[in-house]
Design a binder for this molecule. Sequence first.
Ligand SMILES: Cc1ncc(C[n+]2csc(CCOP(=O)(O)OP(=O)(O)O)c2C)c(N)n1
Ligand SMILES: [Mg+2]
Length: 364
Amino acid sequence: MTPIATGWTFDDTTICLLTPEGERIAHPSYPDDATGEQCQAMYRDMVLARRLDAEATALQRQGELGMWIPSLGQEAAHVGAAHALGPADHVFPAYRQHGMVLCRGVDPLDLLRLFRGVSNSGWDGERHRIHPYTIVVGAQALHATGYAMGMGLDGADAAVVACFGDGASSQGDVNEALTFASVFSAPVVFFCENNQWAISVPVERQAQTPLYRRAAGFGFPGVRVDGNDVLACRAVVRAALAHARSGNGPVLIEAVTYRMGPHTTSDDPSRYRDPAEVALWRARDPIDRLAAYLREQGLAGEEFQAAVARDADALATRVREGVPAITDPRTEDIFQYAYAAPHPLVEEERAELLTYLAGFEEGG
Ligand SMILES: Cc1ncc(C[n+]2csc(CCOP(=O)(O)OP(=O)(O)O)c2C)c(N)n1
Ligand SMILES: [Mg+2]
């Protein structure tokens, strides 16, 4: 066990507060004060995230979405982290954190607009305090760190969560972000979801050590959490945010989870991974785990289950009806959001395109 300056330790344990059997256990460093009502709320949010995933996958297969990035199996990491956020904290997601996006109050149709290819970002990141998805792997870690440095200069009592994957941990951008965050003590929590795969590349090809241990080399705390345990994800992210908000600098969290589905709807994971591995992780389903706890506590009564099912059905209806009705933007709108204020070169290019398109009109 290596003690480091802040009192955090690298001891190769994985923080767990809810066992795979659904039994709640205490951890001395991560107090878990989630009430029964909060557990029910997290369960509901995970069910909604999974339902959105299923509906979006179906809509992609029907040709209504260009592609979809499934989050099946990673709901506890997303919802647990989202429930740890304070209202002024900001999230910079990658592209798979749909549960976080829903928890921050983004309209699911705005999220799906992106995957229908009719919007450049989908929602207002400042308003929702969760910023647009970034497809360039790892780039958002730099955006998050810069934003956190700015927050630090403003003296804000808030922190930033930067999400990225196991594969992204090898990217230059992420390593640059870890360096800047460390030397400037930026209030940023790096939330690395180790879902075991970067498309077809297994995590063994990313590092010879557990990913959270990389933090030691950058000079700040790292911790590993069971990413299928929503209570542990909430507690660990909450502790890391408190640490960052208090001016102690960044924390790296490795949430160990599994991407149960394909990388995207364009991927066929049966070509590169063993079905036995998938079966093993299916048995560790994060929603089943919390459901077992709720049942055991008498918190999963008929009325509660019916209310969750009603909410999930309403979400499904909204996206099934809403997505096909999303109209294409006007072609010239592509120039709309390049700059906050009008720009002469953009105006020139817009005029040129409109003249070109007018050439196809009858009599043009
Ligand atoms: C800079 C860059 N390189 C490559 C890609 C192609 N790409 C998209 S996702 C991905 C794998 C990322 O894996 P990981 O960071 O583990 O995240 P996960 O998809 O598993 O959530 C790759 C290589 C990209 N989008 N951007
Ligand atoms: Mg991955």
